[in-house]
Ligand binder design. Sequence first.
Ligand code: PAN
Ligand code: ZN
Length: 189
Amino acid sequence: MNNHLENPTQFFNSLNGSLSGGQIVHSKTCIADMAGYYHNESARSSLDQAKIVYRVAAHFAEKPGTTGGLFFGISTVFPGLVGQEYFMTKGHFHAIRNRSEYYWCIQGEGVLIFMDEDGNCYAEKLQQGSLHYIPRKVAHRLANTGNEPLVVGACWPSDAGHDYTTITQLGFSIRLLNIDGQPQLQKVR
Ligand code: PAN
Ligand code: ZN
């Protein structure tokens, strides 16, 4: 037996959601990467293409695709609008549909939009401390409805993968718009 106590190598700041240490992978998605995701494409193309819509920091302790492992990530969606539509993530189904996920809100205000495989959508408000279960076979997207960054934690199976193609082809059947300063869901089909 090795009776030496190892020091932690990764840290999660539960107040602001920041992840640090080894094995943390950072990615960012800019306005330019969001072509085809917003309702108003001409509004999207007229914005600063380098502007960051969201960032993800993730701890991948397993090789992606490994069955039985978990991934842990923190998504930060910045405040903003594309036309009337709030800054949001692309949204995805898991490539292996039979994989679920937890989200929890660390900071900010927003909405989590869900869509099942038949195109039925529903949405839950995100507020500091709220916990959200994303069932298997359900696509999920975050939108920031506030004036500060929306910070959301996530934990998902390491073999889940991401299917963005179905979303680029079909889109979500509801959109979250800012109507007279208030978030409102609008059915698009
Ligand atoms: C999250 C998302 C993250 C970014 O970690 O991947 O919020 O959103 P998109 O992947 O839709 O761009 C997750 O749901 N992982 O499975
Ligand atoms: Zn997911």
